[in-house]
Write a protein that binds this ligand. Structure first.
Ligand SMILES: Nc1ncnc2c1ncn2[C@@H]1O[C@H](COP(=O)(O)OP(=O)(O)O)[C@@H](O)[C@H]1O
Ligand SMILES: [Mg+2]
Length: 331
């Protein structure tokens, strides 16, 4: 298979300062929110990132468009290593990677008309005449299915679905290689969700886009994604094709997720469905919830490659293939 890696993330680490009140008020501590996450994206695919609320999905997304800066690791976009301290690299990143957030209300300036909000997405390096700008906005509005009459309204006058179309128009009015969709339909009614997902599918084909699709909804993953990365407390525990992740999940956490999803009726997400232990920061992060834990799990496992899949679990280390076989019989 010809695979063209468009984006590569190696050992990404993102930390946020936490002001400690217990100690000296000036002392700054850091909490690691993304902990050595690695994955790569193949041109044209839809790569899903799934994880519970707070697992770090949005932090990864924001790092990939230069809103958050990494404290460790490397990001390669189109083969170019991004130096976050270099302005030209950040421009390169933002030029090629677009993003849409979950909450269209919070991301659209309430004081601007829709026309001007969409214009915010124009690449600021290129200069356009008034007429060119207008024809660009009209063209993109049509592409995202936004009625021309809405262009002179304010965000508050639009429905949730229309607002998400505006976010989309702003993100792609300048051509992008990769579009990150951070829970783009979570705040929408189910009937509207389907419209937006279909629109995204069509746009992807039409504009030759590559998607990173962030969600905690299993149905959306099945419908949208080719491969999927499972994030848990800032660590990527498994990367698999969606079909494999469902039919033969590797990581004990993925197994638990899939079981919870199958047995609990009427729910499509996976928040608060599992009885979870505390994350173990020093060893395998899933240690305190894991059905298969071993002594070795007190140290953090590496990301192990199995053919085209990746799993961060000691069960899959070469010398433990027997346990691996046992685990597979047990599910
Ligand atoms: N700017 C920030 N400063 C401090 N902590 C943050 C910041 N952004 C996110 N966090 C923390 O990082 C963790 C992951 O957040 P986030 O990436 O938003 O998760 P998700 O999108 O998966 O729900 C959370 O514990 C959150 O509180
Ligand atoms: Mg989020």
């Amino acid at each position: 298979m010809m695979e063209n890696k468009i984006l590569e993330v190696r050992d990404l680490e993102v930390k946020f300062p936490v002001k400690s009140k217990l100690f000296s008020p000036k002392e700054e501590k850091f909490k690691t929110v993304i902990d050595k996450v690695s994955f790569s994206i193949v041109e044209g695919e839809t790569f899903g990132i799934v994880g519970e609320t707070g697992s770090g999905k949005s932090t990864i997304a924001k790092t990939l468009v230069g809103i958050n800066y990494p404290s460790g690791g490397e990001i390669y976009l189109l083969g170019r290593k991004i130096n976050f301290n270099r302005k030209s690299d950040l421009i390169f990143l933002r030029k090629n990677v677009g993003i849409i957030f979950q909450d269209p209300v919070g991301s659209l300036n309430p004081k601007l008309r829709i026309f001007d909000i969409i214009l915010e997405g124009l690449n600021f390096e290129e200069k356009y005449t008034k007429e060119e700008k207008k024809s660009k906005v009209l063209e993109i509005a049509k592409k995202v299915g936004l009625n021309e009459s809405k262009l002179y309204s304010y965000p508050s006058e639009l429905s949730g679905g229309e607002k998400q179309r505006v976010s989309l128009a702003r993100a792609i009015i300048s051509p992008k290689k990769i579009l990150i969709l951070d829970e783009p339909t979570s705040s929408l009614d189910v009937s509207i969700q389907a419209q937006i997902l279909n629109l995204l599918q069509n746009l992807k084909k039409e504009l030759n886009l590559t998607y990173i699709f962030i969600t905690h909804d299993f149905n959306v993953i099945k419908y949208m994604c080719d491969r999927l990365g499972v994030l848990y407390y800032g660590r990527m525990l498994e990367i698999s094709e969606v079909k494999d992740a469902y039919e033969n999940p590797l990581h004990p956490y993925t197994k638990d997720l899939m079981n919870a999803n199958i047995t609990i009726e009427g729910t499509s997400g996976f928040e608060s469905e599992l009885e979870m232990g505390e994350p173990e920061r020093n060893g395998c992060i899933y240690l305190n919830s894991c059905r298969f834990k071993m002594d070795v799990c007190r140290s953090d496992p590496p990301l192990i490659q199995l053919n085209a899949r990746y799993v961060k679990c000691w069960l899959y280390e070469e010398s433990r293939r027997e346990e691996y076989a046992k685990v597979n019989r047990g599910t």
